[in-house]
Design a protein around this ligand. Sequence first.
Ligand SMILES: [Cu+2]
Length: 387
Amino acid sequence: MRIPADHEPGLYWYHPHVHGESYADVTGGMSGALVVEGLQQHLPALAAMRERIILLRDVPTGPGAANEDMPMSGMSSASSGATAVRRSGGGKRCRAESGLVPTLNGQPRAQIGIRPGERQFFRVVNASGGRYFDLSIPGEQLMLVARDGVPLDALPGAPPVRRESHLLLPPAARAEFVVQGLAHPTVLRSACVDTGSAGDADPSVVLADLVDPAGVSGTARRPLGASIEPKRAVRVGAPLPRNWFGRPFPAPAVRRTIRFTEDDRGFYINGKAFTMADMRGPPAIVARAGTVERWTVVNDTDEVHDFHIHQVHFVTEAVDGVPVAERMWADTVNVPPRRVRPGGGTVPGSAVLTLDFRNPVVRGTFVYHCHILDHGDQGMMALIRVR
Ligand SMILES: [Cu+2]
């Protein structure tokens, strides 16, 4: 595989993409991580830290495999802008069985050794077929440095590090963040994600225990590893590759609406359920290379959908009409379900995206789809050609 010299450093992953079978293949574990090296050169503080590549997979559960977490704590509600989702208060949906058990690098409840004060660099892939994770570590903030393979400061004006109380990772999303060991044992957990009244159950779960490998020692009070506190100046080393991610946007060349719907027979984009035969058919969208486009992804269903496009990254500008304050590059975004209007009727959910077709390597015909893979398999997918 040839990686262009101006590619961003960051975290990607791979899996089979056979239409109609992706959910089964990915749930069966056919996936792996891909790291494009260089983030540690850009943020030298990371180079001093232990790196952990973490794949979260959902696997079919056997008897007694459940690993339910405690009820929702009083954490603040969604703060991570582009991927805000409603969080439920631990109601029925949060106790529902999904039939799948989440695993961290293959283990239902992993152990991660981290000394008090030690900083480690977590590079997390949501490689599940359809589960949302809402990651947090009780008692600390996560220092986010990259999302969906792109360092945060690749976007002009964005800081290299953001402090987050939790990180929502829709299926296929990646988050790269720094974790600092606490003086007492804690956990990496996922809070229950409310995926809407028709959505799948994504109950809360403990993914890993974070423990001091030396036991209760009380040593090492001072931080180990270099500082990466966003409030102090984070030292930036090698500059990021000069490429299209760092250039200001021109005005959108085209505006489009992508509408997600579903019924008892399948899942649709703009009224069309994708089939295997459509792989060779004309693309739903032809985009002009060298432009940016503004897409409004509309969710007119009662469950979340996870918009994802191949090859291209985008910036989420607004979710449900609310401008996103913390803009960043991404290739997955949660689109919230429709909601009931107080006076009656419903309002569809929406996400407004700026898609970037300027990079000359972004060419040819590829897909965009819901990355809840059973939805994509049942038709929520379409072709785009860039020329
Ligand atoms: Cu979907």
